[in-house]
Structures are given as C-alpha cells and as structure tokens.
Design a protein around this ligand. Structure first.
Ligand SMILES: [Zn+2]
Length: 114
C-alpha cells in the first residue's frame, strides 16, 4: 500500500529515496522533518512536503512541538499542527511557569505515525 501512495504523490523523490522511505515507514513511530531530511539526503522543505503527503494519506499526524527555555532540548508540549500556536498565557507543564511571551518558547514539527 505504501509504495503505491509514494509513487503518485512524491515524484520529486528518486526511486532510491522512495525505497528508503518505504523501508523506514515500517519502523517509525515519530519523525521530525529535519531527521527525515538527513536520512534521505533531501532539503528540509522537501522533507516537509513528504510528511504533508503522508499526512494527507492518513498515515501520520503532524504535531507542533513546544519547547521552553527551562529545558531547551526536550519538548514540553505538543499540539496538532495547523491549529496555530498555543494561547498565551501558556503554562509550561515542565516548570509550571506561566508564559506570556512567545520569545520564551520555540517550536518544531514532528510527524506521529499511526
Ligand atoms: Zn518550562
């Protein structure tokens, strides 16, 4: 099933990329666009396009990861992507601080496979 999906929608990927992607899809539970870009040797924007196609096919769900200054390497929250940014003030579940400025937060994307 996966290979037929990839065939039509992702023509900008080489056959080698598609084979690699099909293989990886079975193993992934989550992937971030920059990881995918590194694994496949493609641009970040292309990786994002790949994940959008997979999401449109119902294979994964895009999440917006929320990072706070208190723990810069670990996401402290995640909301469905496409719903914008968290409402302020936002309480960090990690340090319980009430945040009223987006400057204290940073964001990244993650695809969660079903
Ligand atoms: Zn925090």
């Amino acid at each position: 099933m996966t290979s037929s999906i990839l065939k039509g929608s992702l023509n900008f990927l080489s056959e080698k990329h598609k084979a690699e992607l099909s293989k990886q899809l079975k193993a992934w539970t989550t992937v971030m666009p920059h990881q995918l870009a590194v694994w496949l040797g493609i641009e970040y924007s292309e990786a994002l396009a790949v994940l959008s196609v997979l999401e449109a096919q119902g294979l994964c769900e895009m999440k917006l990861l929320i990072y706070h200054n208190c723990e810069p390497e670990v996401p402290v929250g995640a909301i469905p992507y496409g719903k914008g940014f968290p409402n302020l003030p936002w309480t960090c579940p990690n340090c319980d601080k009430s945040i009223d400025n987006y400057d204290e937060l940073s964001f990244d994307l993650m695809a969660e496979f079903k």
